[in-house]
Write a protein that binds this ligand. Structure first.
Ligand SMILES: [Zn+2]
Length: 155
């Protein structure tokens, strides 16, 4: 939390690193029509961002960030298209057929991926903790110490 106002609020209990709570498991997921499928190695107790930026609000993206090396696209590479805007750093990749953005490359972590937890198949994650991220004021929010924990260090 910053000293000049709250720009990063934690809701729920964040799993401690290196405990059973942060055990890594394999999740699978994909878009709505099934063209895009992926697997991803991530904690079974997920921490996802609840971001108020223009695109996350409209798409209701709640993503958790993983290093690129923990993500495998299983199918659908040729069925993905990319939308960019503003700084054009975030690569909003979505299915050409159904429009669902099941994962994208975030501006905060160009070498990582943000996976929309709503797009995971059920059964492999036990809980999701949402962490608010003030994406409207991105330059300030990304320097928040808690934000850094879930953006830079983990991916
Ligand atoms: Zn699709």
């Amino acid at each position: 939390m910053s000293s000049d106002g709250i720009n990063f609020v934690v809701e729920g209990e964040i799993p401690e690193e290196g405990t059973a709570q942060s055990k890594l498991v394999e999740h699978t997921g994909g878009c709505h029509c099934g063209a895009v499928r992926f697997k991803v190695r991530a904690p079974e107790n997920l921490v996802a961002h609840d971001c108020n930026c223009s695109i996350c609000v409209k798409k209701q993206i709640k993503g958790f960030i993983v290093p690129e090396s923990d993500f495998t696209l299983l199918q659908g590479a040729d069925n993905i298209t990319t939308y960019t805007y503003n700084t054009r750093q975030a690569q909003h990749t979505f299915c050409k057929t159904c429009g669902v953005e099941s994962f994208y490359t975030p501006r905060s972590n160009p070498n990582g991926l943000s996976i929309n937890y709503y797009c995971l198949d059920p059964g492999t994650y036990k809980s999701v903790t949402l962490v608010k991220f003030d994406g409207v004021n991105w330059e300030q929010a990304v320097n928040d110490p808690i934000a850094k924990k879930y953006f830079t260090d983990n991916a």
